[in-house]
Design a protein around this ligand. Structure first.
Ligand code: AMP
Length: 312
């Protein structure tokens, strides 16, 4: 039996379904969760299905997260989307679930589901969810579901720029347009910036530093965020201001959330960065990884490791 059919059968068998995803929400995890919820809700109107994700203001146009009682994790089928490991789940109650299906496009280092559907080569988990939808001629989806899946694909592919985007991806997005998707409105919402963010972007551009062999980085402290009146997530979103700079194929945005929690967002063009991220307890894709560390000494070790990689 193919994997789509296996997952479909499990959904058919269960009347209560919860969808969870990863911490520090982004467009793909929220889009995948809402997209899958909309497919199940439209196809099986009598089932209870909830999408549980962190709320982030720039994705509010897709709606806020549903809520669930602790007890629901014990007797529901839980589908985890876009999340590589249980330790990065947005909802720790995933640990209490007995039936988990994992749908993801990160390296499958922890196959924690009883069904694990993982396609590392896909540019977004939302594309996998759309494939799932297309495999069932009887399945239906709401307008919101299409918008959510489109949001997942455009955000995780860097507006169709990153590896993993194929002709097939474009054909699927074409189908979304044929269904009446208003892509322009969504893209405008996603690209909107506040006055404070634009000012802060100027700060980032003025303060980029380079390691001896050309790894670009910036260290952002809570004090600087306060000075520019930007939130932690808004500052994190500046990672691509450091990217696409000639002869600098690796860049890192270092954002201190609070004492003992410093997040490094690492990006690259053409060089795999996830091996070093794994070594420092992080993870991710070949060209987009993340690491959370406790102190700036470790940050400096990470910078040195990537500097050495570039030297080689
Ligand atoms: P981000 O910089 O948060 O967009 O993350 C880039 C990629 O790395 C995503 O696929 C994340 O799932 C993954 N990632 C980020 N932080 C971590 C971490 N601390 N541990 C494992 N994977 C991570």
């Amino acid at each position: 039996m193919n994997i789509y059919k296996q997952i479909y059968n499990e959904i058919k068998k269960n009347d209560k379904i919860l969808i969870t995803t990863h911490i520090r929400a982004d467009g793909d995890c929220v889009g995948s969760a809402i997209g899958l919820r909309e497919i199940i809700k439209s196809t099986f109107p009598n089932k209870s299905v909830k999408a549980l994700h962190e709320n982030v203001s720039y994705l509010d146009f897709l709606g806020k997260s549903d809520t669930a009682e602790d007890s629901e994790f014990l007797d529901s089928l839980v589908i985890s989307v876009d999340n590589a490991s249980k330790s990065r789940a947005n909802d720790t109650r995933l640990n209490n679930a007995t039936r988990i299906i994992k749908i993801d496009h990160h390296p499958n280092l922890e196959p924690f589901g009883y069904i694990n559907f993982v396609e590392e080569e896909k540019c977004a988990c939302a594309e996998m969810i759309f494939d799932f939808f297309l495999n069932f001629p009887k399945a239906t989806i709401s307008k919101l579901g299409i918008e959510a899946l489109f949001t997942g694909i455009v955000t995780d592919s860097g507006r169709f720029k990153y590896s993993g985007v194929t002709g097939d991806t474009m054909k699927k997005v074409g189908m979304m347009y044929d269904c009446g998707l208003d892509a322009q409105t969504i893209l405008n919402k996603l690209d909107e910036s506040s006055f404070e963010e634009v000012r802060f972007k100027g700060y980032v551009e003025q303060n980029i530093k380079s390691t001896p062999n050309g790894v670009l980085y910036i260290k952002i402290t809570p004090e600087v965020r306060e000075e520019y009146d930007v939130e932690y997530d808004e500052a994190s979103n500046m990672v691509n201001c450091l990217g696409n700079i000639k002869d600098h194929p690796i860049w890192i945005l270092i954002n201190e959330y609070k004492k003992d929690e410093i997040r490094c967002r690492v990006r690259s063009i053409g060089i795999a960065i996830n091996e070093i991220a794994n070594k420092f307890g992080g993870g991710g894709h070949a060209n987009a990884s993340g690491i959370v560390v406790k102190d700036y000494d470790t940050v400096d070790q990470i910078l040195a490791a990537y500097d050495e990689l570039l030297k080689k």
